[in-house]
Each structure stands twice: as C-alpha cells, then as structure tokens.
Design a protein around this ligand. Structure first.
Ligand SMILES: Nc1nc2c(ncn2[C@@H]2O[C@H](COP(=O)(O)OP(=O)(O)OP(=O)(O)O)[C@@H](O)[C@H]2O)c(=O)[nH]1
Ligand SMILES: [Mg+2]
Ligand SMILES: [Mg+2]
Length: 293
C-alpha cells in the first residue's frame, strides 16, 4: 500500500527501549490515595481489605504477564520485576508501564466489590501512576527490593505506634507526633509495649513485611553458598534446546501464583526459590548466587 502524505508523522515517535540485559522494575503507585483512603474510610493505619485487594490485583497482573518474575507490594504501591532476559514489547518502557498500570487498575476496580461489598466505588475512581527503572545486577535488584521492604517496616512501626497513641492512648495527632519525634525503633517498640501491651513482633506479617507475589514451584532446600553453585550460576546460561524451552514454558504456565509475606532482605527467600532469579522454572536445590555480578 502506498504511504499517505501523513505517514511522515511516524518519525516523531521516540524510541524508548530499556537497556538490554538489565532487570526492569515497574513500580506503580496509587494517585492521591491519602484522600482516597479517607473517602472510603480505610482503617488506620492498615486496612486488611485494601491490602488484600492490592494483592489480588497484583496476582492478576503476574498471572496475566508471565514475564514478571516477582512483585512486591506495600501501602498503595506495587513493584513488578521483569527478568533481565525478558524481551516483552521489545523492552519499550511506555508499553511495559502502561500495560502494567492498566492491567492492575482494571483488576483493582473489577475486584473492588469483592473486598468492599458494602462500599460501592464512586468518583473519583482509584488510579495509579507508573515508572520503569533498570537495575544492572542482581545485587542492585535485591537492594531495590530490600529498600522497599525496609521502608515498609519503618513506616509500619511508626504508623502503628502513631495510631495506637491516638486510638488507644487518646492523644491527638500533634501530641502523637511529638511523642514519636526523635524516637528510634526500640523506643517505638517500648512505647507500644509499655503503654498498650502490644508486642510489635506479633503484628500481622502482611503489615510488617508487605506482600510478595511470585510463581511457586517446589521449594528448594535452603541452599549451599558453595563455590560450585556460585560458579554455575555465574556462567552464561547454556542455549536451551527447543524441547527444554517448551517444558519450561509449560511449567511456567502451570505454576501457582502465590502471595506471601516473607523477609526478602535476607538470602534465604532467594536461595530457596532459585527460579526467581535464574528465570528457569524448577531447579530445586540450585542456589541463585549470581548476586555479586
Ligand atoms: N487508612 C489507610 N491509609 C492507607 C492504607 N494504605 C495506604 N494508605 C494511605 O495511602 C497513602 C500512600 O502514600 P503516597 O503514595 O505517598 O501518597 P498519595 O496520597 O497516594 O499521593 P501520590 O502518590 O503522590 O499521588 C498514605 O497517605 C497512606 O496513609 C491503609 O491500609 N489504610
Ligand atoms: Mg500514592
Ligand atoms: Mg505510595
């Protein structure tokens, strides 16, 4: 077909492919959720229904887009990680971000009545923004994930203490803020325990650790950091035979997508689930020690 005289406008489009061979993290975040949470009277500081809804929407995204290897959520945000070998949408940032944001938002709105049966949605509707960032090494990626989980812990300890001072201690916002000003984690633990007999360690894991969504294959034994495993993982992956690739694809399609509330800062989570970083489904017992690269 002959080009029309308008066709030249295509040349205005900018390429936005993300750097190859890097871990892509797409983080989405609720827009104006401080107001949204107030409007729908979310419980403070954590509304279990709201978190479960975020997790259900994230699970739908991970199920729908098999290239996502793991996702982590806290508060009104979720980070979705694409394996560094992923070539989805030729790694175009705008396609990746908008697909995640719209798939997540559509599921969030669709699933809302399941989690808030007595609170119909009305305007303004929940919306999310998104961004994509590339991390070149596994260490950078794990540091990113650790950063989000550490943030979850710091915020949750503060918010738990803050709201208990108000809800149980009868303080107003200013007084609670003043009480917590300059306190360290140990002080906040102590305030919770001495004033309200609350042991922070017994708070629900979902509040303390956030939520991790990933594909579950059989669990590997907590594994060796031995040199052989490390060298094995450091080596370039061998070119896969067609039948192996087919098998992997089938395994991936069959795997259960799960939501857990575990520590992702320590090695154990990663060592026990080597497929998350290796991208190869079902390699029980092989440690994913590519970490220093
Ligand atoms: N009450 C309540 N509030 C929540 C809950 N989860 C998230 N939020 C609120 O959501 C907000 C998330 O923070 P931000 O993403 O930084 O702020 P935002 O208002 O969404 O603003 P933008 O992201 O910049 O659009 C915080 O104010 C939280 O208090 C919850 O379970 N209960
Ligand atoms: Mg927000
Ligand atoms: Mg946020």
């Amino acid at each position: 077909m002959a080009n029309s005289k308008f066709e030249y406008v295509r040349s205005f489009e900018q390429p936005d492919s993300l750097l190859p061979n890097t871990w892509i993290v797409v983080r989405i975040d609720g827009r104006g959720f401080t107001k949204m949470c107030a409007k729908y009277e979310f419980e403070k500081p954590n509304d279990r229904r709201a978190l479960d809804l975020m997790n259900a929407a994230a699970k739908a995204v991970v199920t729908d887009i098999p290239e996502i290897t793991i996702a982590y959520g806290v508060s009104d945000e979720y980070s979705f990680v694409f394996h560094k070998s992923s070539n989805l949408f030729e790694r175009r940032a705008s396609k990746l971000v908008t697909t995640i944001v719209s798939t997540f938002t559509a599921n969030y709105v669709y699933l809302w009545p399941t989690y808030f049966p007595d609170t119909p949605l009305s305007f303004p509707l929940p919306t999310f923004d998104g961004r994509a960032v590339c991390y070149p090494t596994v260490q950078n990626l794990r540091d990113y994930m650790s950063w989000r989980q550490a943030d979850c812990h710091i915020n949750n300890l503060y918010n738990t203490a803050f709201w208990k001072l108000i809800q149980l201690g009868g303080l107003d916002n200013k007084e609670a803020e003043k009480t917590l000003a300059g306190t360290l984690a140990a002080d906040k633990n102590e305030i919770l325990f001495s004033r309200f007999k609350i042991n922070y360690n017994n708070e629900p894991e979902i509040f303390k650790k956030g939520s991790i969504v990933f594909k579950d294959y059989e669990l590997a034994e907590p594994s060796s950091h031995d040199a052989a495993a490390a060298a094995d993982a450091l080596a370039e992956p061998p070119v896969q035979s067609k039948s192996q690739a087919e098998k992997d694809k089938k395994r991936r399609a069959k795997a259960k997508v799960v939501v857990e509330h575990l520590d992702i800062i320590k090695d154990e989570f990663w060592d026990r689930r080597p497929w998350i970083l290796s991208g190869k489904p079902g390699q029980p017992g092989k440690a994913s020690k590519e970490i220093q690269t």
